[in-house]
Design a protein around this ligand. Structure first.
Ligand SMILES: NC(=O)c1ccc[n+]([C@@H]2O[C@H](COP(=O)([O-])OP(=O)(O)OC[C@H]3O[C@@H](n4cnc5c(N)ncnc54)[C@H](O)[C@@H]3O)[C@@H](O)[C@H]2O)c1
Length: 288
């Protein structure tokens, strides 16, 4: 399957036809491959939703809108800081002004910083939690009343397998653990309002953000390494895979699913670590 930024052709089963969706961080770090936020926005639009593409960077939001319109979908950009309460309120107002309501919220923003409890700075801890957890609380706080008034809605939070698998990213892991806790608590509190709340936990996927960190020159080597070592399938995943999973959870096909964390990671969280040894021997360890 083609997994670059032009991606597969639109699937048009209308799984979210007529719905209004907001995706936060739906622009993308520049670079090769498909980001998770952009992937969610495109797949939702392919499947019939009108999408508010929210990003702090106007050019990135506009690029996603252009891709969606080029595939025949409906999108509207929103430029603002969704780690702030006023930014989230303005984002929900913009969706209502553009499309009349909010049915789906995909909380996608998140940043990671490497480090353990000793060498992670307080500033980094606070930034990772503001951009990775507080933003989801604030966006949901603004969107849920609109959904509750409609008597239905779906929230999908983008977590990470880092919530349950150690890797020397203590601030990120704790924020993503918080995303899972936020998900189950919201699912309880808003279930009787017809609002479902689920999470997608991506594994080691290839995204422009990843390649901006490892360097685009190392792109092909990194793709091979991740395919070999990051799951039981031996293949790469990317923002398209996250977009498809998020769209399923947001759609009425998942009408009886709430409070779950769906791993999208080629089975990485299902395997006994020792059984990965033959696959891991084929690639250098991180830092080698
Ligand atoms: N790449 C991976 O391997 C991986 C694995 C697990 C989870 N994830 C998760 O995927 C999510 C993000 O991935 P992505 O590929 O979309 O990243 P990305 O960096 O390509 O895109 C995120 C977008 O968010 C925007 N943004 C940043 N701060 C903002 C703010 N305050 N207000 C509004 N917009 C803001 C950025 O401008 C950017 O365009 C994160 O939650 C991350 O933890 C990624």
């Amino acid at each position: 399957m083609n997994t670059d930024s032009t991606g597969p052709g639109p699937s048009r089963r209308g799984r979210v036809a007529g719905k209004v969706a907001i995706v936060t961080g739906a622009g993308s770090t520049p670079g090769p491959g498909m980001a998770t936020g952009r992937g969610c926005a495109i797949v939702l639009a392919d499947e019939g939703a009108s999408v508010l593409v929210a990003d702090i960077a106007g050019d990135r939001a506009e690029q996603t809108c252009e891709i969606i319109r080029g595939r025949g979908g409906i999108a509207h950009p929103f430029v603002g800081d969704t780690s702030r309460a006023d930014g989230c309120a303005a984002m929900v107002d913009a969706a209502v002004a553009a499309f009349g309501t909010v049915d789906i919220l995909v909380n996608n923003i998140g940043v990671s910083v490497a480090g353990n409890v000793v060498d992670t700075s307080e500033e980094d801890w606070d930034r990772v939690h503001r951009l990775g957890l507080k933003t989801m609380f604030l966006a949901a706080q603004a969107a849920v009343p609109v959904m509750a008034a409609e008597g239905s809605g779906a929230v999908v939070n983008i977590g990470s397998i880092a919530a349950t698998r150690g890797g020397n990213y203590v601030a990120y892991a704790a924020a993503k653990g918080g995303v899972e806790a936020l998900t189950v608590d919201m699912a309880y509190s808003h279930g009787r309002q017809g609002i479902r709340v689920n999470a997608v936990a991506p594994g080691h996927i290839t995204t422009p953000l990843l390649f901006s960190v490892v360097g685009v020159n190392a792109e092909s080597e990194y793709r091979q390494r991740l395919a070999a070592a990051s799951g039981v399938l031996g293949t790469n995943g990317d923002g398209w895979d996250v977009g498809r999973a998020a769209t399923f959870l947001a759609s009425d096909e998942a009408r009886w699913i709430t409070g779950v964390v769906l791993p999208v990671g080629a089975g990485a969280t299902t395997v006994t670590p020792l059984m990965m040894a033959p696959h891991l021997r084929a690639v250098p360890a991180p830092g080698e």
